[in-house]
Design a protein around this ligand. Structure first.
Ligand SMILES: [Zn+2]
Ligand SMILES: [Zn+2]
Length: 145
């Protein structure tokens, strides 16, 4: 498959922020671009290591941290056992399967036309909120029977 270097937004923005793009970092961003599986740092590491056997976990971890600090990827903390990463940085909710630990996006509006501006908590000015769901995914439900 031809490399889509010039169309990879993550690579472009990472480079624009002054970071050097190494082949390993390129592989990280190629794996993440458009990825909806919410991989953990270790999963990203395993994919990159298949192509670059000398890659260290620290390299992957540092790249993901830098990308997260720049707002290129979201860090998901709903699984207390692992950090997961999501290249979709627009606001959306997640659901964690308590059996296989997969994370899916929650589609549609969960709270209808909830208006954050008219929501009050004590004397706080509320600027946002985070809600994580957990449950049992379709695959695990099928195995329960
Ligand atoms: Zn599951
Ligand atoms: Zn997501």
């Amino acid at each position: 498959m031809a490399k889509k270097d010039s169309t990879n937004m993550l690579v472009d923005r990472f480079r624009a922020a002054g970071f050097k793009i190494t082949p390993q970092r390129m592989a990280v961003f190629q794996f993440l671009e458009g990825n909806t599986s919410h991989p953990s740092a270790y999963e990203v590491y395993e994919v990159v290591k298949r192509r670059f056997s000398t890659t260290s976990f620290a390299t992957i971890y540092n790249t993901l941290n830098a990308a997260q600090e720049m707002g290129l990827v979201l860090e998901l903390t709903l699984d207390p056992k692992k950090r997961h990463f999501d290249p979709n940085t627009s606001p959306h909710h997640h659901i964690l399967c308590m059996k296989c630990r997969r994370i899916d996006d929650v589609r549609g509006k969960v709270f209808g036309d909830f208006n954050i501006d008219s929501f009050e908590i004590g004397d706080y000015q509320v600027t946002g909120f985070g809600v994580d769901f957990h449950g049992v995914c379709p695959k695990c439900r099928a195995q329960q029977h």
